[in-house]
Design a protein around this ligand. Structure first.
Ligand SMILES: [Zn+2]
Ligand SMILES: [Zn+2]
Length: 300
């Protein structure tokens, strides 16, 4: 799995940082999390094809997270895309999306489905697809906002010595064991749990624009990678609540509580020309922290 940071700035884009967008490449698909202004240009620079995007997950409808949508969709239309596109977002997304679609006269020759995620009381699976699912959790911001987690499916693998011992190479019974089902072979019952082991699927959690609260750790639990907003330094800790954002230390606290393997911070306020101080603060709470840059790639 490959993650490409297409934009890492907060409200204002800067000379070096674009508005927020994160591309997740998995198998032949690309999933886009938020689509800030000029995301399609960032895709061009990064060499990633916008035509591979099958799903767009929107955290919320603040401009710095969605202004790139009309341009991206229009380019897909001009390129005569035929593959359907799915859009996921919080309450109100259906209305917001189609308003933009019509305002910009986008005439897509491909099918667009908007999935509005409503009544989120706990973590919910909102998209199930082949080898993965995407989970959603409501977060606190000034407008409805959602954090997502991409969860690859875990797989049962068969122990090699078992296959060798019973000469089972290529036997269709192996499939049953892989599904966790017991089998009977040569009149002997073989229990799936005795001859298989689990290859746990990778998990990537993306929390953008959120107030700090302890429960954020739930959606990030044991993630291989947590991407989290860290808009401000700890010096702003008194003011972050009214701004609806987090300090880097708070983001690091989420990573520590959730026991994630790696934290990458993003969505930095333009006031920070040098991010060394932010890196130091975050690492004092969670050591394996990186600060995202535009076009940075993380392989999970
Ligand atoms: Zn934002
Ligand atoms: Zn926002």
């Amino acid at each position: 799995m490959k993650i490409v940071f297409l934009g890492t700035s907060a409200t204002f884009p800067t000379k070096d940082r674009n508005h927020t967008a994160i591309l997740l490449r998995y198998s032949s698909e690309a999933l886009l999390f938020d689509c800030g202004e000029a995301t399609q240009k960032q895709l061009r620079i990064s060499g990633e094809s916008p035509m591979k995007i099958t799903k767009i997950f929107i955290s919320h409808w603040h401009g710095d997270h969605v202004l790139g949508i009309p341009g991206l969709l229009q380019s897909m239309a001009m390129n005569n895309r035929k593959e359907p596109l799915e859009i996921f977002g919080p309450e109100g997304s259906d209305q917001m999306f189609w308003k933009i679609y019509h305002a910009f006269q986008i005439k897509a020759p491909y099918n667009i489905t908007v999935h509005e995620i409503k009544n989120l009381r706990s973590i919910k699976s909102v998209c199930v697809s082949g080898n993965y699912e995407v989970l959603a959790m409501k977060v606190q911001h000034s407008i409805p906002c959602i954090a997502y987690a991409f969860q690859e499916r875990s797989k049962y693998r068969i122990k090699k010595d078992f296959v060798r011992k019973y000469n089972l190479q290529g036997n269709p019974l192996l499939k049953k064991l892989q599904q966790g089902k017991d089998i009977v072979y040569n009149k002997k019952k073989i229990r799936a749990k005795d001859v298989t082991f689990v290859n746990y699927g990778k998990k990537v959690t993306i929390i953008l624009d959120a107030l700090y609260e302890e429960k954020l750790a739930k959606i990030a639990e044991n993630a291989d990678l947590l991407i989290c907003e860290g808009t401000f330094s700890n010096k702003m800790r008194e003011k972050v609540k009214e701004k609806g954002h987090m300090t880097v230390k708070q983001a690091a606290k989420v990573a520590r509580k959730a026991k994630v393997k790696q934290l990458v911070l993003t969505h930095f306020s333009q006031r920070y020309k040098n991010l060394n101080e932010l890196a130091k603060e975050a690492k004092s709470v969670f050591r394996n922290t990186k600060l995202a840059k535009d076009f940075m790639v993380v392989n999970v």
